[in-house]
Design a protein around this ligand. Structure first.
Ligand SMILES: Cc1cc2nc3c(=O)[nH]c(=O)nc-3n(C[C@H](O)[C@H](O)[C@H](O)COP(=O)(O)OP(=O)(O)OC[C@H]3O[C@@H](n4cnc5c(N)ncnc54)[C@H](O)[C@@H]3O)c2cc1C
Length: 324
């Protein structure tokens, strides 16, 4: 439960294949209704393709994930027909500042020239991004979305792929000319097909506190190395929609995630940063680690891997959804 956003619940509709007694065939099936699967589905449908999008869940991304979307991504979202609502809801920014202890040591402006249609970045919680994409997808008659449809097996063939799909009413089989796999970093389909992804785990932990507060901080990205309120580590601050601030504290690899997530341990860290007098409410707290990994090949015959299933990067630099 969030105080600023209510997660939608997308309807599950019984797939016709369960009753028709025959396998369905679609020119393109996309697995995963995250940012990358949704954008791919909308882009193909806009070009007149018949698209089926399957997702094992019935809502948008839960908790604290993507925040920053770049100008190039906004241009793509404009082309898809949903850039404007993202920009209206999101927080636009161009300036980033980096501090060492108490001194500003570096700054940048992502959009130094006037008159660009879109800002250098917007900050928008990932659940809003996905929500707007689902709303956009619903307006395309040749794009069918099926929620609570989980792909449990994939058989690649010479000129098509076959999928086994599990629903609350039972399982069915589909064939497709092209299977686009956008099932995220853990990619069950990559595992099913026994495909490798190479890279490394970054040996560090980060605490994310999404905090609701009214603050007059400028709409800029601030990053500290070794600040007095969190010595020897880094801290990142971003304003998002609905007065939610993303604060990201580096913790070190030895930190105990369960201990660090407890409000009694999170609140003093935030108070040390913003002062004892400022009122705030915790919206979401999590601890994450990250990996940088990439498949050697993204295309395997009629099966194409996209987004986090194919390549994962550090959240710093806001590249996961943007590059996907
Ligand atoms: C803390 C944090 C901060 C981040 N900040 C940013 C940022 O500022 N900017 C940015 O661009 N990126 C950011 N990212 C990265 C971003 O969240 C991911 O790169 C992005 O979500 C990847 O999108 P995707 O569509 O590839 O996969 P996902 O979003 O993971 O979506 C995968 C979908 O596939 C579905 N699925 C999985 N298995 C199956 C199955 N078997 N059958 C059917 N459906 C299935 C899942 O339910 C899910 O809906 C951040 C990530 C984190 C953790």
């Amino acid at each position: 439960m969030l105080s600023t956003y209510q997660y939608p619940k997308f309807d599950y509709v019984r797939p016709p294949e369960l009753d028709e007694g025959r396998d369905g065939h679609y020119p393109v099936v996309i697995v995963g209704a995250g940012p990358v699967g949704l954008c791919t589905a909308i882009d193909l449908a806009r070009q007149g393709r018949q698209v089926l999008l399957l997702d094992n869940d019935d809502t948008v991304s839960i908790g604290s994930r993507g925040v920053c979307y770049a100008k190039r991504t906004l241009e793509v979202l404009d082309r898809l027909g949903c850039g404007e609502e993202m920009v209206q809801k999101g927080v636009s920014w161009n300036v980033g500042r980096t501090f060492f202890r108490e001194d500003e040591v570096f700054n940048f402006n992502l959009c130094p020239e006037p008159d660009h249609h879109r800002p250098g970045m917007i900050n928008l919680q990932q659940y809003y991004l996905e929500d707007y994409l689902v709303q956009r997808a619903r307006k395309l008659p040749n794009l069918e979305m099926r929620f609570r449809n989980s792909v449990i097996a994939v058989t690649p063939g010479e000129d098509q792929a076959s999928l086994r799909v599990e629903t609350p009413d039972g399982t069915y089989t589909l064939t497709t000319d092209w299977l686009v796999v956008a099932d995220g970093a853990r990619s069950p389909i990559r595992t099913m097909l026994g495909l490798d992804i190479d890279g490394k785990i970054f040996m560090d932990r980060f605490l994310i506190a999404d905090v609701v507060m009214k603050a007059d901080f400028p709409t800029e990205r601030w990053f500290w190395f070794d600040p007095p309120f969190h010595p020897n580590q880094s801290v990142l601050l971003h304003r998002q929609a609905d007065n939610v601030f993303r604060i990201d504290f580096q913790l070190g690899w030895q930190a105990d995630p369960e201990h660090e997530k407890k409000p009694e341990n999170v609140i003093p860290r935030i108070q040390a940063m913003i002062g004892d007098d400022r009122e705030f409410e915790l919206e979401w707290v999590s601890v994450y680690t990250f990996q940088c990994r990439r498949m050697n090949r993204f295309n395997h015959g009629r099966v194409l891997f996209v987004g986090d299933s194919a390549h994962q990067v550090s959240p710093f630099g806001a590249r996961g959804a943007n590059s996907g």
